[in-house]
Design a protein around this ligand. Structure first.
Ligand SMILES: [Zn+2]
Ligand SMILES: [Zn+2]
Length: 271
């Protein structure tokens, strides 16, 4: 199966990513997509993809870093995105959640930077992988997507680590986006600052629009919550979705993998 969004390009995997990749493959997670959040982590994601057959990269500036950009960032991102193993533009988007470690970046700057990513995705015909945290951020993202609909492709991309209301989820589905779910769907209760239990969103999203992702090193599924997450746990997430939807695990894997190939048309592996 495929982990459609994680960060083996981050520090916590610096010393053992080779082993982490081996563990994933042994568990049945054969393909891994690493997401960049800045120019440097994007380069690192490409670097890893260059070294490993079944690793791929999506690259972008995360909204947390939207206010710390060098003037040439966009040109640099565009040049990097031409690499054969860069299969999408992400994670980009809006985030209005007030983290202790990172205050909220001025939303007007976030929006400008997000629209630049949309233009790049349109220019290079690469799908978007969107980060959306906080219901108001999601509202603004959808407004931007609808206003700039001309920049969207037939399969425009995916929202990663989805939370929020069914109403906004429906709008994303209506635009043709696919929906990524992570280990936090196994947590009990309504997530902090969100309107709805994630289980409800999983049940609401049609299987032919779901992709599985881990967001490693974050969001480990139960029973590993609080520990470093790894792509191998994508299996646990798929099993949990199987239970919620009352559909066999094998069918979940088959369909969600197929969905990843539909979103990321550049993703090709040697069989
Ligand atoms: Zn994210
Ligand atoms: Zn992420």
């Amino acid at each position: 199966m495929i982990d459609a969004h994680c960060h083996l390009n981050f520090h916590s995997f610096e010393s053992d990513y080779d082993q982490v990749i081996k563990n994933a493959q042994a568990a049945g997670v054969k393909v891994i997509i690493n997401a960049g959040t800045q120019i440097n982590s994007s380069k690192k994601a490409i670097d890893l993809a260059g070294k490993h057959e079944n690793l791929f990269a999506v690259i972008a500036i995360h909204p947390h870093h939207a206010d710390k950009l060098e003037p040439a960032w966009l040109k640099e991102l565009e040049n990097l995105a031409k690499h054969p193993k860069v299969i999408g533009i992400g994670e980009c988007g809006l985030d209005y959640y007030n983290y202790q470690s990172n205050g909220i970046v001025d939303p007007s700057i976030q929006k400008k930077v997000f629209i630049k990513h949309m233009e790049l995705s349109h220019k290079l015909k690469l799908p978007l992988q969107i980060h959306s945290r906080d219901e108001n951020a999601r509202k603004d993202i959808l407004e931007i997507l609808y206003t700039h609909k001309n920049l969207l492709q037939t399969v425009p991309g995916m929202f990663h680590c989805v939370a929020g209301s069914k109403e906004l989820l429906k709008k994303a589905l209506d635009l043709g986006f696919y929906i990524g779910f992570d280990g936090n769907i196994t947590y009990k209760g309504v997530p902090q600052g969100e309107p709805l239990n994630l289980e409800e969103l999983v049940k609401y999203t049609p299987l032919d629009r779901i992709v599985v992702e881990t967001d490693s090193p974050y969001l480990s599924p139960i029973p590993y919550r609080g520990q470093r997450n790894e792509p191998k746990y994508a299996i646990i997430i798929a099993k949990f979705i199987a239970q919620l939807k009352n559909i066999p695990f094998e069918k979940i894997v088959e369909q969600t993998d197929k969905n990843v190939y539909t979103v990321f048309r550049k993703l090709k592996i040697k069989s």
